[in-house]
Write a protein that binds this ligand. Structure first.
Ligand code: APR
Length: 320
């Protein structure tokens, strides 16, 4: 059986970490793409040279030409520019929309059967634009945000309870922003919901609220520490979990930015919801019932995603 081919569109901080993880997990061969000459070539060679030591077999190559991604099984997109001081949200949207346009065209031409995972920010709008520009089926284009947000939530909870991260499950809904919706009652330690753990005296409501707040601002916390960039280890690990579920048809239930056509009362938008990821891409959107306050938080989050998409349509009316 030939190895799977994984194309990484964007070979910056996240792209490099993705390539390393694909190798270490032996998920397939890697093609790193970037517009910057030398970066994908240099990073792929460096990682390939680590393979005898780490003990993995994978071919890694770097390119500045889209033809090299031909017939990729998975494309993970991190291409774009980060928001810089003085740049408005709409400036960032304008620049990264153009990037999504180029990336979408490249994927459409060379890898139309791929499962595409978008990471570029502002995520919920960029994945929407990428699906439009690539023309790929909606179930095959998905955004990575929820796995990362819930990983942060799980990590903070495990630290608070002094238990293994593996025994903490967490649920996060909505857009990838400060108004994401961490669902406390669906988050558990070994199946025990968080509100019960408060009653059991494991933590206090105030501490739990602080953890929820820290989770919402998790991306900003890392940016403030790094100063010259944004998070990359956890985002890369999260996208790899989604790619692995697709490649191995694991049918993991993962929170992803998925295209909604009526689920949760939302239409023609990508919003973070629990999805089953298997060989057919997003095979199912899991629609859970929300309590009133959760519905309100979800609506607020959906409204800000809608705002981002409207800003995209203003910049690129042909996407509307
Ligand atoms: N085509 C391909 N690659 C591009 C293009 C383009 N049109 N424009 C920029 N790039 C490349 C840059 O050359 C750079 O190598 O995208 C890469 C982005 O890498 P970093 O700046 O290191 O960003 P990274 O930390 O990897 O994050 C990527 O994910 O979490 C989001 O907000 C983050 O949008 C950002 C993205």
């Amino acid at each position: 059986m030939p190895r799977k081919k994984i194309a990484l569109i964007g070979s910056g901080q996240i792209g490099g970490t993705l390539a390393h993880l694909v190798g270490l997990k032996e998920l397939g061969d890697v093609v790193m793409f970037d517009i910057a000459e030398g970066i994908p070539q240099g990073k792929s060679l460096d990682i390939a040279e680590s393979s005898p030591v780490s003990g993995f077999d994978a071919k890694l190559s770097g390119t500045n030409g889209y033809e090299e991604i031909k017939d990729a099984d998975v494309c993970i997109v991190t291409a774009g520019v980060p928001r810089k001081p003085g740049m408005s949200r709409d400036d960032l949207i304008g620049i990264n929309l153009k990037v999504m346009d180029q990336v979408g065209a490249g994927i459409k031409k060379y890898a139309p059967n791929a499962f595409v995972i978008c990471i570029t920010n502002p995520l919920d709008a960029m994945v929407w634009a990428l699906q439009k520009s690539s023309g790929l089926p909606r179930n095959m284009v998905v955004g990575m945000a929820g796995v990362l947000d819930s990983a942060r939530f799980r990590y903070f909870l495990a630290d608070e309870f002094n238990v293994s991260v593996e025994d903490v499950t967490a649920f996060v809904l909505g857009g990838h922003g400060d108004d994401m919706v961490p669902l406390v009652r669906y988050s558990t330690v070994a199946g025990i919901p968080l509100p019960d753990l408060v009653k059991m005296g494991w933590t206090t409501q105030a501490k739990l609220d602080a953890i929820v707040d820290r989770t919402r601002k998790g991306g900003g916390e890392i940016v403030n520490l790094l100063k010259t960039g944004s998070a990359f280890y956890a985002p890369a690990a999260s996208a790899i979990q989604m790619a692995e579920s697709y490649l191995k048809d694991k049918k993991r239930v993962l929170p992803c930015a998925a295209y909604l056509s009526g689920e949760y009362g939302v239409k023609d938008l990508y919003v973070g919801v629990p999805c089953v990821i298997g060989e057919k891409g997003v095979e199912r959107v899991v629609e859970i019932s929300l309590a009133k306050p959760e519905q309100e938080m979800f609506k607020k989050s959906v409204d800000s995603v809608q705002g981002l998409v409207e800003a995209c349509k203003k910049v690129s009316p042909d996407l509307a």
